[in-house]
Design a protein around this ligand. Sequence first.
Ligand SMILES: [Zn+2]
Ligand SMILES: [Zn+2]
Ligand SMILES: [Zn+2]
Ligand SMILES: [Zn+2]
Length: 238
Amino acid sequence: MARKKQTRGTCAFCGREMTKGGLSRHLATCPQRQEATIKANAQRGRNQTIYHLQVQDAWNGDYWLHLEIRGAATLEELDHYLRAIWLECCGHLSAFTIGYTTYTQLFDDGFSLGNDASMNISVQKLFEPGLQIPYEYDFGTTSELLIKVVAERKGKPLTKHPIMLMARNQAPVLECQECGQPAAWLCMECIYEEDEPGLLCDKHAEKHPHDEYGEPVPLVNSPRTGMCAYDGPAEPPY
Ligand SMILES: [Zn+2]
Ligand SMILES: [Zn+2]
Ligand SMILES: [Zn+2]
Ligand SMILES: [Zn+2]
């Protein structure tokens, strides 16, 4: 049986295209990234710990990100980034789980209760290479992600923002259920009522008869497509 093709993405430093796992290894040795790091480290200012994160959908391996986050950034800033690039629909609550502690918005003043605590905490207090962090957005129609701390380095960040996007998956190529052309729309009624993939091209979305779950929604490069009221745009915040 042919194995499903893994999605690929492009290294932001050198432009090489690879799978998620390939990039995880490549980013450690990419000559252009090393060059950028040496240049940044020569700047004035204090060194800090900076982490390489691999973020993926917990169930669908097609969707993933490689990020670099500075140690002084908070879980809240990481949450904000994930909402912008992948998740935000109606301002649902979200949570990171590290060890026995759940970090949420519920304790924004830094207050904590039992094993729940505020997301307003810098990641350098929590992260170390090898750590795997389950993350949930929306406790009703939940999007589940897994964040892996791949590596850390000491030095200076490469951008003025708390997080830098080093690579993300290209949108998986999905076929229209009617004609096999590339799909751009998703029909929820097909999925829930007809047991069909619900994937439609522009032409077939236009004449599609279903509206019980609303019109077909645009397919965007996010694992939350088709969940709750999500309709993109699946763009990074900066
Ligand atoms: Zn590279
Ligand atoms: Zn929602
Ligand atoms: Zn079609
Ligand atoms: Zn339909």
